[in-house]
Design a binder for this molecule. Sequence first.
Ligand code: G6P
Length: 614
Amino acid sequence: MCSVIGYVGKNMSRPFVMEGLSRLEYRGYDSAGFACLSPQDNQMLYAKAIGRLENLTEQFNQHPIDGFLGIGHTRWSTHGVPSAENAHPQFDCQKTISIVHNGIIENHHELREQLQDVGHVFHSQTDTETIAHLFESLLISHNTFKSAVIDLVNHLDGAYAFLALAQQRSDTMVVVRRRSPLCIGIGDAEMFVASDVLAFADKTNKVIFLPDESFALVKKDIIELYDFTGKPLVPQVQEVQVNWHNSQKQGFEHYMLKEIYEQKNAIYSTVKFLQALDETIFDHLGLSLEELKNVERIHLLGCGTSWHAGLIAKFFFEQICLIPTTVHLASEFRYNHFFAEPNALYILISQSGETADTLEALRLINSMNAKTIALTNVASSTMVREAEGFLLTQAGHEIAVASTKAFSTQVAALYWFAHFMAYAKHIINHQQLIAAQDDLLIAAELLENSIENYKTVIAQELAPRYACSKKAIFLGRHVSYPIAQEAALKLKEISYIFAQTYPAGELKHGPLALIDNETPVFLFSHIDPLIYQKLVANAQEVKARGGHIILFAFEGQRELIALADTVFLFPKIKPLLGPLAMTGVIQFFVYHIAKELDRPIDKPRNLAKSVTVE
Ligand code: G6P
């Protein structure tokens, strides 16, 4: 998603804004821009560039603009193609106002027409430009700056977080939030504003997360916070510990590779953290023991990789807790009929806790008075604030757009929680709960060891061979089907190779026609003997048509191994943890395929992390 960054204070703003933008560049990288008010004559100075942030940095060699009040932006295009005109900041007619914005102004067409009718001239296709022109006209018609801002925010529909600079108030930044995330870091005679705390992690740990539908007038040493009616709000300052050092590449070529290797520790930390919660877990969950015992239905919701974690976890809740579980794509959920069920629990899965589709689904479920828990990696996220309860993974900041350690910790947390629920319901005893925790640690160990086993052959032999493929088919059954889906998504995201996933049993019902010797079939095995036998039959169907099989299997699965062209073998563990053990090798393999193809692995084309628009 786009990121917005702002600075007002005793120092020049550009160094902080550019550093902040580079830290949040994973949120969008179609274009970048910076604007500030000149300390000499209060003129609006700005620079914009298409593409990566370094293109913007180059412009400062020629024009080293700077000021005490500055705003910046990296863009993930929604309205208008990536171009210099559409890059933010956007301006009013006289360039007295500049705006950077994350989100969508849903009524921008209507506003644009009204503004054009009274003479405003637009230069971009963006919805953001309407904010600048509207603010321009409201500053003329209102007596006070504050009342113009109130009128402005009440004209705008949609989800947005934006920052505004206006010549008229050269010491003040306007900071507005409706549904999209935004926070202010409080420094010593300086304020840092950003879409994510990571931007100012080493500057201050005093943070105000703007409440929904609020705006702030921010000066270097004072923050005036208001709701959209103009009523003053008391800013809630939180102490947040975010370690920027841990969020750097630390010698790895890409964030994705670093994050793949961090998984074992991330799973350990997550399991140990959940285990140590003890009785306080009920405060986190927002549920009493009695309520937890009474849960009769579970719904899991998420998008992308988080949805895949949910698809895997369905088997946990059904097999371990014996609770019927349905998995929903959050982006579809709101358009389906909502069935009120007694004793239903909704678990919203989101690494960032900010994904707009998941957040809107959460709001709908909350409005139906059903029980909600956010499973997320970010304690300060909107979902944690808005859900009735939460469960936190301990993956640490994930920077690469393609999710790795966030996914494996979600799977681990859901496996743990399924056992915790089963224990609460007296389906398993305490020893079995402890054993499940140990099994998770074993799976984490296997995840890492398997990468070690295969890393050389993947990097030197297999990735160069399979990087030539134009397309690939992914097959699995039962819990190995969602891991096949996740593997295919990873391949698509970072290598741009077309990949299609099927439950292996469906192959003969149509997709078998796609099998040829040029399209590798990735097959994910299962430990359960019955499912394994079915997979052997599916592999035979592929081989009989001249197909080429890349197999992820468990030791001793000889019939399947004999049918495969390339084999990755994993020691046998608890059947439901098979996908977790395979995760590292899958990611590592796909990473090296993308590397062979020279793809921008951490920031794949057209994508962004933390998608805060629907
Ligand atoms: C985007 C990212 C995916 C991620 C999905 C859900 O599409 O590119 O990697 O899985 O959002 O994100 P969340 O933060 O809700 O888990």
